[in-house]
Design a binder for this molecule. Structure first.
Ligand SMILES: [Zn+2]
Length: 730
């Protein structure tokens, strides 16, 4: 069967010569990689690699040499740039075979095989710092100019079927060969080269339990070959689709979306608490129709137990997911919770048994035995990872594994990686070394911090400060636009991460912007529901929202302004604490709350009676809440004074009226910022430290109060006022 690109139905041919022909050879490889990586049917996030052998001038000799450019370790094809590709002198790389052959013991999983990875660095061309991956020999030892190694769903479906070799022949005829599962490394490269020696006409290979590799001497031809092979496999699978009998048919029905979301909002904090006993995790909810078809099916428990097939998937999804056999139509929420708890206990026991049975004398210590993927009929798939990006990747990988199982069960019978092989990947010394090379986690890593008032001033500065410490930040504000602006600035600074999964708000990055009116309980409830669906729950809440109502010309504050001041500055903080309490209690993990009060709480003076008394009440609210929320949640107050810089509480009129009041000279045409600076400097002179109090000063203390550095402090008010002796608390 010859297939033309215009006939493709299961992949999109998007190569554009007018783009490619303007690029140099390395950029053409980057271009090809981005195209392949942008289609989940062709490869998964972070999965697969591509290469080109390119003639370049050697900076040392001035002679033309062959250079292998191959996607390096880490990174992702979809988002790769030139910097993600390693470059190796081909002749030096090929000479490494001598070193390999000199080893007394060689072959898959031998010492020399792992040692080869370090040797690649000696062959680097052009001082390129990109680290070569363990898949480098798959590219370097294949004697064609361009090689694509992908993890296409359709190809893995064949590779993860019980009769994979026969199926390979049936689907591809003589043009694609088959090699059995083998952990990637130098030996696998040799095995592939040997297969090609035996059958020189081969255009590619199905790699057992793993994926597809194919090659050509022209890059566009290689790209089109990849697409053609995926298309062929996908067509074969499509013809054998089981329709309503897929996964043995449906056992349960999906819940309507409203019931489902309500249940998830109750369940997720509990679930996060249960899986986070050793380490906190961030959740991603993934609820597509195809995921639901799987979790609701007759075969789901059997297939879930077999585990994921592709080694690339399972490093994140773990050997298998936790499937909770709950009947969404006939069983109650409390039964679901019981089954979740007993399921988790069983999972941890299974994982420990797997570790004990498969470990070797030099294996690294057992890692966190909790599942990273939880499947629940009626609800869908919930993934857990150390960051939002990680949990999105995990959700993506298991949803791809579901597609592999769907296809494999249509054409044959699905089989997983043998347990020992899975273990030897999971606890591979090279993987362990990668983990050890990672920088230590930041203070607020794995935390979800809700900052209310994040649209401007102290709240915005605080959102940035906690994000810098690794927190996932919910930027909430009365102004939705301002909240989203802060979140977008954070995403721009820290990136969206990788992984293509998550339904609705759960597909978010490490920051989101949401509207909230803290004087309205329903609005606070709506905010926290979104937070739970986005991240699984929350850890810390910082309220910086507040209002200052200046007296009118007669020095009066109207009654309704009194009510508003108390509604925002006192009751608002209480409502937030009261609603977050449900989540904290369900989750059972330590958390922290910071309310922003004011030094005015302790200093009586003219002209701000509503504000000052409300802040005095807020100070005492901190103490009351510290008692109410103990021992789970620490509650502290941050009492700023006169932060004029960028504050929405100091609009131009207030600044001018203050300058008047203190007889500070100014001109009417001065900018608001210049006037604010004058006022800030005036205030500074009244303090013991004689320096203006900045937003950064406030944000620092807000961050410190929620951090572990203040883990033994609760019920306290910390003034950040430059030192005002009138405001000393006694
Ligand atoms: Zn691979």
């Amino acid at each position: 069967m010859t297939l033309k690109p215009q006939d493709f139905e299961h992949v999109n041919h998007v190569w554009d010569d007018t783009v490619a022909n303007q690029l140099d050879a390395v950029e053409r490889l980057r271009y090809r990689s981005n195209l392949l990586g942008s289609d989940q049917r062709i490869t998964n996030t972070g999965g697969g690699n591509t290469s080109s052998k390119i003639k370049m001038t050697d900076p040392l000799s001035g002679e033309e040499v062959d250079v292998l450019w191959v996607k390096g370790s880490g990174g992702d094809l979809r988002t790769s740039t030139r910097a993600n590709f390693a470059s190796l002198y081909m002749d030096k790389f090929l000479s490494l075979e001598n070193i390999y052959n000199r080893a007394e013991v060689k072959g898959v999983k031998t010492e020399i095989e792992d040692a080869m990875v370090e040797m690649y660095r000696h062959t680097t061309f052009g001082l390129n710092p990109a680290a070569s991956s363990i898949d480098t020999p798959l590219h370097g030892l294949i004697p064609f100019r361009h090689v694509d190694h992908m993890h296409p769903i359709a190809a893995i479906a064949i590779a993860a079927s019980q009769d994979q070799e026969a199926l390979t022949h049936e689907v591809f005829g003589d043009e694609v060969g088959w090699v059995p599962w083998q952990r990637p490394g130098f030996d696998l490269g040799l095995v592939m080269r040997d297969a090609l020696k035996v059958t020189p006409n081969l255009k590619g290979l199905i790699m057992g339990q793993h994926g597809l590799i194919n090659w050509a001497d022209d890059d566009r031809v290689c790209y089109e070959l990849t697409l053609t092979l995926v298309e062929k496999a996908a067509r074969f699978i499509e013809h054998m689709d089981k329709g309503a009998r897929t996964f043995g048919g449906q056992k349960y029905a999906a819940l309507d979306s409203q019931t489902r979301d309500e249940l998830l909002v109750k369940l997720l904090p509990k679930m996060r608490g249960l899986v986070s006993q050793a380490n906190r995790f961030i959740g991603t909810v993934h609820l597509t129709d195809r995921v639901l078809e799987f979790v609701n099916s007759v075969d789901a428990p059997r297939l879930a137990e077999i585990g994921t097939s592709c080694p690339d998937h399972f490093l994140r999804t773990k050997i298998k997911p936790l499937y909770v056999d709950w009947d969404p139509q006939h069983e109650s929420e409390s039964v679901l919770l019981e089954k979740l708890e007993s399921g988790l206990a069983q999972y941890r026991a299974d994982y420990t048994a797997y570790y004990e049975a498969c470990k070797r004398p030099d294996s690294p210590a057992m890692r966190d035995p909790n599942p990273t993927v939880i499947l629940i009929p009626g609800l869908g798939l919930i993934a857990w990872g150390k960051t939002k990006s990680e949990s999105r990747v995990t959700a993506e990988f298991y949803s791809l594994a579901i597609e592999v199982m769907r296809a494999s069960e249509a054409i044959s019978a699905y089989q997983g990686l043998p347990r020992q092989e899975a273990f030897d990947i999971e606890y591979w010394a090279l993987e362990e070394a990668k983990l050890r090379r990672m920088p230590p986690e930041k203070e607020l890593a794995r935390h979800v911090v809700v900052v209310i008032g994040a649209g401007s001033g102290i709240g915005k500065a605080t959102a940035f400060r906690v994000a810098q410490e690794g927190a996932h930040v919910v930027c909430a504000d009365l102004s939705e636009e301002a909240a989203q602006q802060t979140a977008q600035e954070l995403i721009k600074r820290y990136g969206l991460g990788i992984g293509v999964a998550g339904t609705g708000i759960s597909g978010c990055g490490s920051a989101i912007g949401l509207k909230v009116d803290i004087t309205n309980r329903a609005s606070v409830q709506a905010l926290l529901k979104q937070v739970v669906l986005a991240y699984g729950a929350l850890d810390d809440v910082i309220v910086t929202a507040g209002v200052f109502v200046p007296p009118d010309k007669n020095g009066q504050i109207p009654d309704e302004k009194w009510s508003l001041t108390y509604a925002i500055n006192v009751m608002g903080g209480y409502i937030v604490a009261d609603e977050a309490r449900r989540i904290w209690q369900a989750q059972g993990l330590k958390g922290s709350l910071v309310l922003t009060t004011s030094v005015n709480a302790a200093v009586a003076k003219h002209g701000s009676v509503a504000y000052d008394t409300s802040k005095a009440a807020a100070n005492h609210l901190v103490r009351e809440l510290a008692i109410e929320l103990s021992p789970l949640v620490r509650v502290n107050g941050l009492a700023p004074a006169t932060v004029v810089e960028g504050s929405s509480m100091f609009p131009r009129e207030r600044v001018i009226s203050s300058l008047h009041k203190y007889h500070v000279p100014f001109a009417d045409d001065e900018s608001t910022e210049a006037l604010r600076e004058k006022l800030a400097n005036f205030y500074a002179q009244r303090t013991l430290t004689k320096a203006p109090v900045t937003l950064a000063d406030q944000a620092e203390v807000a961050y410190l109060l929620i951090s572990n550095k203040f883990s033994k402090t609760t019920g306290q008010i910390i003034s950040v006022d430059g030192g005002l002796h009138e405001a000393f608390l006694r």
